[in-house]
Structures are given as structure tokens and as C-alpha cells.
Design a protein around this ligand. Structure first.
Ligand SMILES: Cc1ncc(COP(=O)(O)O)c(C=O)c1O
Length: 468
């Protein structure tokens, strides 16, 4: 059962009254109702949101930011739902930024972690333990071709740092090509590959060239992937010695606003890079682990990378990342000592193995495809109805909806998106937001999302859009 405070009820009623005034003569559409869910979280006895916020302001980095005017204090999670301090339930359509794939607190993942914690939490890879080896074997079995060697890290940034370094070591070249508007992390090397000024600090970031974004919505060549790929050759011709270390790309840009790469782009770009002696790195941090309806995002582009990096969904929220490559490329790390204290620790890798098993057992890849396709269709119906919706895109349960105030000029609807997001939160739906202009809804829920959840999300968004 849901516990809603009197204040929250009053707020909802007030919002309802305001909406009613603008449609006085029409029959007021009913407020969308969240699907039923048979779970009540235990009572929360911790500090309230205001106290936590004050503590954050005093003791945590001023760089921390939060969604919503009045940030919510999330204290419980179950499957595709989150609960705040008052026990109010929210439909989680952001999944902790495309991270929670099996659903919150999946019992199999929890039990794998607890079981491992009770035996040994940390020893070091200098001793043997089966958890790291078992998970590496299982992960390698999900990979095509000769991609069979796994390195574990603690985050996506670390995985990409390692991948970039390996490409440089393997080829003996320094130059990396990444795509504009991409996000690959925020450490020394990866910040160079990240290509959005909002995520780049003014520090030295050398050796990366940023190629045209093959963005079918805003890009100069529309959906002609091969035309964009010519810019990769141009960068090699005019910005490098003619040889490069590699190319890094997401299959669908996540932070960049769920941008699907124009069809035909990746095969053409990969071929150009290979001719210049470089390695192709697939950053699967967001698109991996069944999110897009394929197990890996690159599969739908018909390419096989030389190095694959992953994090987020790999652990359903446990800090874990990985780099998978071929035995030949992996060999470069034997030239010096390479070590990572926590990478591949028994607890995280036990969780990773449990995640893989849950994805398989609960057919989450199929669910991402089926429910994601249904949700996309329903989101497209909002585009037919509301001028504010400029574009709907993505695959599986990695979807984006871009708001613009002028469809022709594609003017980012920066203020409007914040309003819609607030209203949706008040109705019990949490969605993400991103893109260079901050005007794209990012919909990346846990992969156990249902069609009823999809209906609720779209109805809540439609309800708000109808009142604007
Ligand atoms: C595609 C992609 N690569 C890399 C990263 C960096 O991962 P992390 O935040 O775990 O360091 C992110 C994070 O959002 C990402 O979306």
C-alpha cells in the first residue's frame, strides 16, 4: 500500500485544480494511475531530506547537483520502483542512470553479494579466488570473435582509461578519435575523449580528435552515416601522421541525449580506422547488458570491436567495470606491471555473475526489446500530438525524447523540460534528463519495466504536456 502524506495529497489536488481551470469546459482527463505493486517498504527512521541536503551542502563537494526543486530522498527500491522517506512510490524510468538492469535489490544479486561478503570480502588478486575467474568466463562467453580476455575495473571511466591506454600501447600511436557529443568519463585520458564542453575542465587533454557527430536529428548530413564517416578520414589525413591508436564510440550516446548513430556510420568509421592501423573501442557502459534489446549495443551496427568497455549495468548498481579484448591486445599490459586493488574483487564479481544469470533467467533482453518498442511507439504518439516534442529516438529501454519550442529551428525547450519533469515526479514518475542543451528526456529504466509501466509513464508525460 502507498503512504501519501496530507501535504502531498494537497499538492496533487492543487496541481489538479490549476490544470482544471485551463480546461474548464472540457471533461477533465483523469490523473494517470500508477500500476499496482504488492510491496510495502519497511518504515524509515533516518534523517529527513532537508537534513541530508544541509549535510550535503556542508560536507560534500559543491559540484554535486540534484534533480528537482525539492530533491527526493530515496530510501528503498524494489524492481522498477523507488520509495521516498514517506513511503511514497515512484516509477523509476531512469534506473540510476541506465545502471539498474535487473531491478532494484534483485534478490539473486543481493543474495550473491551477502553470500560472498560472509565468506571473503577482499583478499587481492595476488591470491586465487573463484569469483573473478567464474565471472570472467561467463562474460567472455557473451562476446563475439576473439574477445576473450577480461580486465576488471571499478567504473566506466577507469575501463575507458585502460582501453585508451591499451590502444596506444598496441599501436604505438597516440592519436585517438572520438565522436563529438560523446561521454567516456572524467579522468585525464577519458575527459579528452569526452566531447561536450559541459563535462570538460580546462586542463590538458591531449591526443584526441573529435569527429562529426552522426546525429540523425541535428547533424549536418541527417541520416547518411557514410557521409559523417568521411570526417574520420579527414581527421586522419589532416590532423594526424596518418596512423592512429584508435577510435572510441558509444553505440547510442547516453549522456549526450540518447543519440542513435546514423545508419551505416560505425561500419564505415571502423573500416577507416582499421586502414589507419587503429583499434576500435566500443564503449558499452550505458548500452551494454541487454539495455538496447541486443546484449551489446554494437551488435545492431554489425561491427565487431577490438576492445569493449563496460560498467553501470554490469553490476546492477555494484561498483564494477570491465574491459574485454583479444589475447593479442591484452598482451601489451605485460610490458609493465598493471594492478588494480579493487578491480575484480570477489563481492563485485559475484554480483556481476548473478546479474548475467538474472538477465538470462528472466529474459530481460527480450523484455527490453518488447517493452522498449512498445514504449517508443507510445512516445511517438506524443510527438504526433504535441508540438513541443521534437524527436523520439533510441532502442530497447534506452530511449530519448527531445523537447523543442520550435520544431523547425529545433530550439531547445530548456525551461519546459524542467517543468514537465517536476510535474511527472509529482505524479510518481522519475525520468532522466540530458543532452548538450539539457532538453532531452532520458528513459533508461530497469529492464523489468512492463507495458503497464510504459503506459503510466506516457500518460503522465502526456497529461503534463496537455496542460502546457
Ligand atoms: C558511455 C559512458 N562511458 C563512460 C562513462 C563513465 O562511467 P563512470 O561514471 O562509471 O566512470 C559513462 C558515465 O555516465 C558513460 O555514460
Amino acid at each position: 500500500m502507498q503512504r501519501i502524506t496530507a501535504a502531498k495529497r494537497a499538492l496533487a489536488a492543487q496541481a489538479h485544480r490549476t490544470f482544471s481551470q485551463s480546461a474548464a469546459s472540457l471533461r477533465e482527463p483523469e490523473l494517470p494511475k500508477m500500476p499496482a505493486f504488492d510491496y510495502t517498504p519497511p518504515p524509515y527512521s533516518g534523517p529527513p531530506a532537508a537534513e541530508i541536503l544541509a549535510k550535503r551542502k556542508e560536507f560534500l563537494s559543491p559540484s554535486l547537483f540534484h534533480f528537482y526543486k525539492k530533491p527526493i530522498n530515496i530510501v528503498d527500491g524494489k524492481k522498477q520502483y523507488l520509495f521516498d522517506e514517506e513511503g511514497r512510490r515512484y516509477l523509476d524510468a531512469f534506473g540510476g542512470i541506465a545502471t539498474v538492469c535487473c531491478g532494484h535489490c534483485h534478490p539473486d544479486v543481493v543474495s550473491a553479494v551477502v553470500k560472498q561478503m560472509n565468506r571473503i570480502q577482499h583478499s587481492t588478486v595476488l591470491y586465487l579466488n573463484h569469483a573473478i575467474a567464474d565471472f570472467a568466463e561467463a562474460l567472455a562467453s557473451k562476446m563475439p570473435g576473439d574477445l576473450k580476455v577480461v580486465f576488471f575495473t571499478n567504473s566506466g571511466t577507469e575501463a575507458n582509461e585502460l582501453a585508451l591506454m591499451m590502444a596506444r600501447l598496441y599501436t604505438g600511436c597516440q592519436d585517438i578519435i572520438s565522436i563529438r557529443n560523446g561521454y567516456h568519463g572524467n579522468a585525464a585520458g577519458t575527459m579528452g575523449a569526452t566531447a561536450q564542453s559541459i563535462w570538460k575542465f580546462n586542463v590538458v587533454q591531449s591526443g584526441v580528435h573529435h569527429t562529426l557527430n552522426p546525429d540523425p536529428y541535428r547533424g549536418v548530413f541527417g541520416s547518411d552515416g557514410e557521409k559523417y564517416a568521411k570526417d574520420v578520414q579527414d581527421l586522419i589525413n589532416f590532423g594526424t601522421s596518418g596512423h592512429v591508436a584508435g577510435f572510441i564510440s558509444e553505440a547510442i550516446q547516453g549522456v549526450g541525449g540518447i543519440i542513435e548513430l546514423a545508419p551505416g556510420y560505425l561500419p564505415a568509421a571502423y573500416s577507416t580506422i582499421k586502414k589507419a592501423g587503429g583499434l576500435c573501442i566500443a564503449d558499452e557502459v550505458q548500452s551494454g547488458f541487454a539495455r538496447t534489446g541486443s546484449f551489446w549495443g554494437f551488435e545492431s551496427h554489425g561491427v565487431v570491436p577490438d576492445i569493449v568497455t563496460m560498467a553501470k549495468g554490469i553490476g546492477n548498481g555494484i561498483p564494477l567495470g570491465a574491459v574485454v579484448t583479444t589475447p593479442e591486445i591484452a598482451e601489451v599490459l605485460t610490458r609493465r606491471s598493471y594492478f588494480n586493488t579493487f578491480g575484480g574483487n570477489p563481492v563485485c564479481t559475484a554480483a556481476g555473475l548473478a546479474v548475467l544469470n538474472v538477465i538470462e533467467k528472466e529474459k530481460l533482453q527480450e523484455n527490453a526489446h518488447v517493452v522498449g518498442s512498445y514504449l517508443k511507439e507510445r512516445l511517438l504518439s506524443l510527438k504526433d500530438k504535441y508540438e513541443l516534442v521534437g524527436d523520439v529516438r533510441g532502442r530497447g529501454l534506452m530511449l530519448g525524447l527531445e523537447l523543442v519550442t520550435d520544431r523547425k529551428l529545433k530550439t531547445p525547450a530548456k525551461t519546459e523540460i524542467v517543468h514537465v519533469m517536476e510535474q511527472m515526479k509529482d505524479m510518481g514518475v522519475l525520468v532522466g534528463k540530458g543532452g548538450y542543451y539539457g532538453n532531452v528526456f532520458r528513459i533508461t529504466p530497469p529492464l523489468c519495466f512492463t507495458k503497464e509501466d510504459a503506459d503510466f509513464l506516457v500518460d503522465a508525460m502526456g497529461y503534463t504536456l496537455s496542460k502546457m
